[in-house]
Design a protein around this ligand. Sequence first.
Ligand SMILES: NC(=O)c1ccc[n+]([C@@H]2O[C@H](COP(=O)([O-])OP(=O)(O)OC[C@H]3O[C@@H](n4cnc5c(N)ncnc54)[C@H](O)[C@@H]3O)[C@@H](O)[C@H]2O)c1
Length: 450
Amino acid sequence: MSDRYIDFANSSLGHRLVAAIGLPSPVRLERWQAGRLRPVEGALLIGGGGLATKVMAFANKLTDAVYSYGPEPSAAPAWIPGHGPKLKAVLFDASQLQHTDQLKQLREFFQPLLKNLDHSPHLVILGRAPESLGDPFAASAQRALEGFSRSLAKELRSGGTLQLLYVDDGAEDQLEGALRFFLSPKSAYVSGQVIRLNACATQVQDWTRPLAGNKALVTGAARGIGAAIAETLARDGAEVILLDVPQAKADLDALAARLGGRSIALDICAEDAATQLIEELPDGIDIVVHNAGITRDKTLANMTPEYWDAVLAVNLNAPQVLTKTLLDSATLHDNGRVVLLASISGIAGNRGQTNYAASKAGLIGLAQAWAPLLKERGISINAVAPGFIETQMTAHIPFALREAGRRMSSLGQGGLPQDVAEAVAWLGQPGSGAVSGQVLRVCGQSLLGA
Ligand SMILES: NC(=O)c1ccc[n+]([C@@H]2O[C@H](COP(=O)([O-])OP(=O)(O)OC[C@H]3O[C@@H](n4cnc5c(N)ncnc54)[C@H](O)[C@@H]3O)[C@@H](O)[C@H]2O)c1
């Protein structure tokens, strides 16, 4: 469903009116276009500690306009506030900040550039995970980065986003993959997130097709977010296997044919679903995306057993049973990637969604509990939690609630299925074993559960 308010707010009359009466003025976000090569089209500013030097070493692969800022000498030309170009991307390494008085470096670095940001800029702060530090003051300084970055993300305008990446020792090799996502329009609708990067033995070989050589299974792929995930994984070089209920077979087959993939018409709650799935995947798979999901909303006072059971069966039990079978049968290869589609409802709770929110929170718990057990096999498991995404599911929400869902976020609008798909595609990459047992929200920094 299209968001007419954004069209209005970006028209010349609407723009003036919206500004005059102080209404939210969401901008049209820049998104990744197929065929684009450079993650950053414009100036990238790099500053801060030692990790900044590591990023400098590959920064010319991200853009051809790299600048430095700060006291440290650098190979890149210095950026001068008010004179340098508008900034499309900014990276600041704050991992060396160990004391409260050093935190002022954040203000000193970011303040001069905030009025020099381009449209839809992407900012990233690097740090060290507080729990990995022995010194309580250093851990406190690193934890302070979370409050700073989530707040600054809320202050950005023009579709700007900001994330904090805690980079573990040995995870520096995976920075390029993470920055290709977080500094580019692939993360257009991701903001205010805190992600931990750990060491990972596998690497992307070809950045134009980061998923080449991988087989990916996507459930609920006939429409909406699942269809966008299948398209994006195929764009990135994966061989896609699309699964949906038998009633959706016509749409599923058409999409599979267009993407050069294969389809499986199967109800994931069928009694023999796990056995059927294994039979359909004799060569195994590398990526599984549990996207199929349903809502059956009622307040708990009016919740029927049927509504409760249906949601828990599709959204939580099926991903649990199918993933276990794929793992036990080694159908999911070593170094595989599992992505579970959760929801911010599972984080914040939502009136009328006790069943849905329980199922989505359960998926988050599943990722967190399973991640350490799968580490030895190099398998990662993560949850992606979308906020308000423009699909058939959200088109059915009553008007007032729908408007609230769209505007109650830092970016002031709903996301697109592509936004969720880009996050899933990044987590599916060989190098993204660096992230496991985590939740990545794709919600425009929704105020719900923030
Ligand atoms: N749209 C949003 O704003 C939003 C927000 C948060 C989370 N999500 C989650 O993202 C996922 C996709 O959402 P969507 O908006 O694209 O939904 P959708 O209703 O448009 O599509 C869901 C797909 O899953 C399939 N499916 C349902 N039950 C199935 C079953 N038993 N077996 C196989 N396939 C089945 C459906 O046929 C459908 O094609 C869901 O898990 C949803 O909970 C969506």
